[in-house]
Each structure stands twice: as C-alpha cells, then as structure tokens.
Design a protein around this ligand. Structure first.
Ligand SMILES: NC(=O)c1ccc[n+]([C@@H]2O[C@H](COP(=O)([O-])OP(=O)(O)OC[C@H]3O[C@@H](n4cnc5c(N)ncnc54)[C@H](OP(=O)(O)O)[C@@H]3O)[C@@H](O)[C@H]2O)c1
Length: 321
C-alpha cells in the first residue's frame, strides 16, 4: 500500500505571501541624509524589515511612517539586523559610531556595508577596525544620486569580504545593481573616484562647449540635445574602448587622428579667446597634449597622454578592475 500524504504533512505550495516572507530580510541603516533615506526607502519598498537610526532623530519620522523601526541608538539599531548599512557624511565619524556605547560588541558576527564616500586607505583602515570587532566589512561606492536609487541606472561598487557580499547580495540589489570588484576594500572607493573623474572631465567639456555656444548667442539646451550628447555618445563608443586597450598595452600606435595633427593649431584656444571664453578648463589637457608631441610621440594617439598622467611601471597599489 502506498503511503498517502495527509493534508497536514503534504508539501505546501508556496503562496505569494510565504515567498515574500522568506525573501524578507532584516537590515539596519545608520545615517538618514539624502542618500541613506533613499536607500532605506528602497529597502522598505522591496519588503525588507528596516531599522533606521540618524543622529538627528526627526529625519527618521517619514521612514517610520512607511514601516521602518526607529532605533534610539546605533547599538540598538545594530542589534536588529545581520546587515548594517552605514551612510553618513564623513569617514572620520564612522569609527566612533561603530564602537561607542557597546556598538562594537554588538557588531560581532554581523556584516557592515559602508557606502560613505572616502579614500582607499580610509576603507582599508575601517575594514581592519571592523574585522577586529568580529564583523565582516564591505566598502561601497554608490554610483547614483538619491533620485535614481531603486531604478535600473543605479549601481553600487563593492569591495571587501566576498562571503558577506554573496550572502547579502539579494538584499543589496534592492536599491541598485551590485558590482563586486574584489577583496581589497580600497577597490570600491578607488573605482568610484575614477568614475567621478571621468564624469568631471565630461562636465568640464560641456561647460567649455556651452561657453562657446553662448558666446555666439546660441541656445545651449538645443545644442546639447541635438549635437553634443549624440557627439559624446559616438566618441565614447568609438574611441574609449580602443584607447583603454592601448592604455593597458602601453602601446599608443598611430591612428587616423594622431596627436601631432591634433595640436598643430590651437584652434579651440584661439577661438575661445576671441569669443571671450575662458580656456581654463581646456588648457591643462592642451598643455599635456603639446608636451607629449614635444617628447617625440606626435605619431601616436591622444591615449599616450596617459604616460604623463601616470607613467607605466610597478604598481604601488592593486589596480582597479
Ligand atoms: N547624495 C548623493 O548624491 C550621493 C551620491 C553618492 C554617494 N554619496 C555619499 O553618501 C554619503 C551621505 O551623503 P548624503 O547625500 O546622504 O549627505 P547628507 O544629506 O548631507 O547627510 C549626511 C548624513 O550624515 C550624518 N552625519 C554627519 N555627521 C555625522 C556624525 N558625526 N555622526 C553621525 N552622523 C553624521 C547626518 O546626520 P544628521 O542628519 O544628524 O546631520 C546625515 O544623516 C556621503 O559620503 C556621500 O559622499 C552621496
């Protein structure tokens, strides 16, 4: 006779509610400025149990109304969750936050994910401090502004304890795509700053271009929409991958647009001066391009300027991926 399952011991079909409940995790957010609030809001929207703490308590009120539990101290907040997300203004203030009033003891066995912006050395030092307290440490670089947290464009760079990243990735994905760079905690801040450098270069280019267009009475918005953005997209897609390969190889071989040709006339400088547009944004790059040609590399691509920015040689730090 075959054994029949009774209704009570028969495997239950997971309901939508039970699936949601099992995917629900507990997370603590310390720091509710613009970014911490956006992260906590996104985690709540994804259905997680969120405990929040902020130095100025009233900033937690709106999140509490949405279902977050407001803790009275960092220690109380840390005790609530296996994962502690830190997002405050300055690195220097994180150490005391994670150690004062028993917080350090409460951290044992938990994971700290710190998305406060800092330097690679600050990340490594904090990782040592947190690890010595018996917790895992991941450093994070948020590549988003608060308004796009939870949207497809947002991503966060992580580096540090890989096991912790893998254990908590599902939860971290709630507010942005997660990108793990490696076990050195300094990798996330270094790559974060590299990406910001690229962004500021683009902003500098925009500002100079806008100055030229405005000096001739043009409409900057129309110019940007119709011409500049398509141009920059085309240049980024067609030029940057090849330049990046040259950078890794240290070989900046001749291209259709060699550097000597590019510096043969100071057209941008001359026209800018004639139009009353400052050349302060463009001049530093221009000077490096000329110096590279003067050093005998005129037949190479503009990528060779990298050798003046950071010459190839033994690395003092792990390379960004
Ligand atoms: N906003 C962005 O677009 C963006 C993007 C990427 C990364 N980030 C990074 O995210 C971090 C937070 O930025 P944010 O935009 O949220 O800044 P914010 O709006 O100025 O908020 C700063 C937060 O830090 C807290 N804080 C400052 N000093 C503190 C201390 N000594 N002890 C405890 N808490 C302290 C503040 O608490 P109070 O409310 O009590 O003052 C507040 O919660 C920064 O490292 C920033 O670089 C921000």
């Amino acid at each position: 006779m075959t054994e029949q399952n009774t209704a009570a011991d028969a495997p239950q079909e997971p309901t939508r509610e039970s699936t949601r409940e099992s995917a629900r995790k507990s997370v603590t957010v310390l720091g509710l400025g613009a970014m911490g609030t956006a992260l906590a809001t996104s985690l709540l929207a994804a259905g997680h149990r969120v405990t929040v703490w902020n130095r100025t308590p009233h900033k937690a009120a709106a999140l509490a109304q949405k279902g977050a539990r407001q803790a009275q101290s960092p220690t109380e907040a840390i005790r609530d969750s296996p994962l502690v997300l830190v997002c405050i203004l300055d690195y220097a203030d994180i150490g005391p936050l994670l150690t004062d009033d028993g917080a350090g003891e409460a951290l044992r066995g938990r994971a700290v994910v710190n998305v406060t912006n800092g330097s690679p050395d600050e990340a490594r030092a904090l990782a040592e401090q947190v690890t010595a307290l018996g917790a895992d440490y991941l450093d994070g670089g948020v590549m988003a502004v608060p308004e796009i947290i939870g949207k497809p464009q947002a991503f966060v760079l992580y580096s540090g304890a890989k096991d912790a990243f893998e254990a908590h990735r599902g939860l971290l994905d709630a507010f942005a795509r997660s990108v793990y760079l490696g076990s050195d905690p300094g990798l996330a801040p270094l790559n974060d700053l590299a990406l910001l450098s690229g962004m500021y270069g683009m902003f500098g280019g925009f500002l100079h271009a806008a100055g030229l267009v405005r000096s001739a009475g043009g409409n900057v918005a129309e110019f940007t929409r119709e011409l500049l953005v398509p141009w920059l997209r085309a240049m980024a897609d067609s030029q940057l991958p090849a330049m990046a390969e040259q950078a890794d190889a240290g070989n900046y071989g001749a291209t259709g647009s060699n550097l000597a040709m590019q510096v043969s006339h100071d057209a941008i400088g001359a026209v800018s001066r004639a139009q009353g547009v400052s050349t302060e944004l463009f001049a530093p790059l221009w000077e490096l391009m000329k110096r590279r040609v003067a050093d005998g590399h005129g037949e190479e691509s503009i990528g060779g300027v990298l050798e003046l920015v950071h010459p190839r040689g033994p690395r003092s730090r792990p390379a960004p991926v």
